[in-house]
Design a protein around this ligand. Structure first.
Ligand code: 5CU
Length: 375
C-alpha cells in the first residue's frame, strides 16, 4: 500500500480497562466516579483528571476504553491507522513502588489491544505509545528494563511522556540514560502536557476547561521543550525523535525570542551547539492546531532551520507535521455524524497555502508512516 494515501492519527488516546479500573478505585483525582444520573434512572461515570476540575467531572464512557469505539471513530473519519497512547496523567499519581509493574502490564495490554485489531495489507490499524514509570526514585535500571520491554513489543512504536520527568522536569541529568536508550531503540517520544500552568493565573471568572486546555496545556509543552533544548539533550542525543503535542504550543512563535535571549545571556550563550531556532527543525509536531494559518506558521518556523526561502521553509516544515485528533477528547456538544475537532484539522491541512498535494498527503499520513517505520 502506498504510504502517501494513508490517514494516520498520531494523537489519539485510550484509558485501557486496567487503567480505568485504577481510576475507579481512587477516592481523589485523578479518578472515575460513579453517581446517579440527573433523572435518577441509573448511574453514570464521570472523569475527574484536571486540577480544579468541577468536582462532578465530565462524562466518560466506552469511547475512552472500548476498542470497537476507537475503530468506529476511525471509520467515521476515514482514519486508516491510529498510534494510540494512554491519556494523561499516565502513571504520575502512583507510588514509585507500584508504577513499574503497572507500566509493564499496561504496555502488554496495549500491545494486545493493537495486535488483535483488524489489519489491512501488512499493517495493523492500531499501533501504540508505551508508558514508562517516570517517578522520583524509580531507578534507571527499571526504566531501562521497561524501555527494553516496549522495544520488544512489535506494535509499540514509542512512549508517551509528560513534562515532569522524574520529578525535576525534562532537563534532569538523571534522564540521560533514558534519552540514550530511547534514541538507541528508535522509539519516538510523544511529549504531552497535563499540568498546565498554575490555576491562579486563570482568575475568578468561570471559564470551564477553556483556559487550561487552550493555554495551559500548550504553555506547559513550550516550557518543558525549551528546558530540554537548553539542557543540550538534542545536542547529546541527535538520534532522539521527539513529537510535540498541540503543534509544539507557543514554541514556534517564541523561538526567535528564545534565540535572542540565549545570545544575550552570558551563562547560556556558549552552551548550545546551534542557534535555538535550529532545534525546531529536529523535532516533529502534531498538526492539532485547528487552523491553516497556524499550520503554515509552524511549518515555516520548522523549515527555517534548513532554508532562507519562505515557501521552501513551508514545504520543508510539512515533512515534520503529523495529523492528530485528540480523540476521545473534544467530542461535539451536539450529536453530529463527524467530529468538528477532526474535520477542522483536516480542513486546516487541506487549506495551507503553498503546500503541494504530496505535502498535504505527507502531513495526513506519509510522515507518520516513515516516523513510525510503517513503510
Ligand atoms: O479535555 C481534556 O482534559 C484533555 C486532556 O486531558 N488530555 C488531552 O489530551 N486532551 C484533552
Amino acid at each position: 500500500m502506498a504510504a502517501r494515501k494513508l490517514l494516520i492519527d498520531v494523537h489519539t488516546h485510550v484509558y485501557l480497562p486496567r487503567y480505568a479500573s485504577v481510576l475507579r478505585s481512587r477516592p481523589t483525582a485523578p479518578r472515575i466516579l460513579s453517581r446517579p444520573t440527573p433523572n435518577g434512572s441509573g448511574t453514570e461515570e464521570r472523569l475527574v483528571i484536571l486540577e480544579n476540575e468541577p468536582s462532578g467531572g465530565r462524562p466518560v464512557g466506552p469511547q475512552y476504553w472500548d476498542r470497537d469505539e476507537k475503530l468506529s471513530f476511525m471509520d467515521k473519519h476515514g482514519i486508516d491507522i491510529s498510534i494510540v497512547s494512554t491519556a494523561n496523567p499516565w502513571l504520575d499519581f502512583l507510588s514509585p513502588a507500584e508504577a513499574p509493574s503497572i507500566a509493564e502490564s499496561l504496555n502488554a495490554d496495549l500491545e494486545s489491544y493493537c495486535s488483535t485489531a483488524p489489519s489491512f495489507s501488512s499493517l495493523s490499524r492500531l499501533y501504540g505509545f508505551g508508558l514508562l514509570p517516570l517517578l522520583p526514585s524509580v531507578p534507571a535500571s527499571v526504566l531501562l528494563r521497561i524501555i527494553d520491554q516496549i522495544a520488544s513489543l512489535p506494535h509499540l512504536k514509542g512512549v508517551i511522556m509528560g513534562t515532569r520527568g522524574l520529578g525535576k522536569g525534562l532537563d534532569d541529568e538523571a534522564l540521560e540514560p533514558v534519552w540514550e536508550a530511547l534514541a538507541r531503540e528508535g522509539l519516538v517520544v510523544f511529549l504531552h502536557p497535563h499540568y498546565g500552568i498554575p490555576s491562579s493565573e486563570w482568575g475568578e471568572r468561570e471559564n470551564g476547561h477553556v483556559l487550561p486546555l487552550a493555554l495551559g496545556f500548550p504553555f506547559e509543552t513550550t516550557i518543558a521543550t525549551t528546558r530540554l533544548i537548553l539542557s543540550g539533550v538534542l545536542d547529546r542525543h541527535p538520534a532522539l525523535r521527539l513529537l510535540l503535542a498541540h503543534s509544539g504550543g507557543a514554541l514556534p512563535q517564541l523561538s526567535s525570542r528564545l534565540a535572542s535571549c540565549i545570545d544575550h545571556d552570558p551563562l547560556v550563550a556558549a552552551r548550545l551547539r546551534h542557534d535555538a531556532r535550529w532545534y525546531l527543525g529536529r523535532l516533529w509536531f502534531d498538526a492539532v492546531a485547528y487552523g491553516r494559518e497556524e499550520l503554515a506558521f509552524v511549518a515555516e518556523c520548522v523549515g527555517r532551520a534548513d532554508s532562507y526561502d519562505k515557501s521552501h521553509q513551508r514545504a520543508l516544515g510539512a515533512a515534520r507535521l503529523l495529523f492528530g485528533t485528540d480523540h476521545p477528547f473534544f467530542p461535539p456538544l451536539q450529536d453530529t455524524e463527524t467530529w468538528h475537532s477532526v474535520t477542522e484539522n483536516l480542513e486546516a491541512i487541506a487549506g495551507v497555502e503553498g503546500w503541494s498535494e504530496e505535502e498535504r498527503e505527507n502531513v495526513r499520513g506519509g510522515n507518520a508512516a516513515r516516523l513510525f517505520g510503517l513503510v
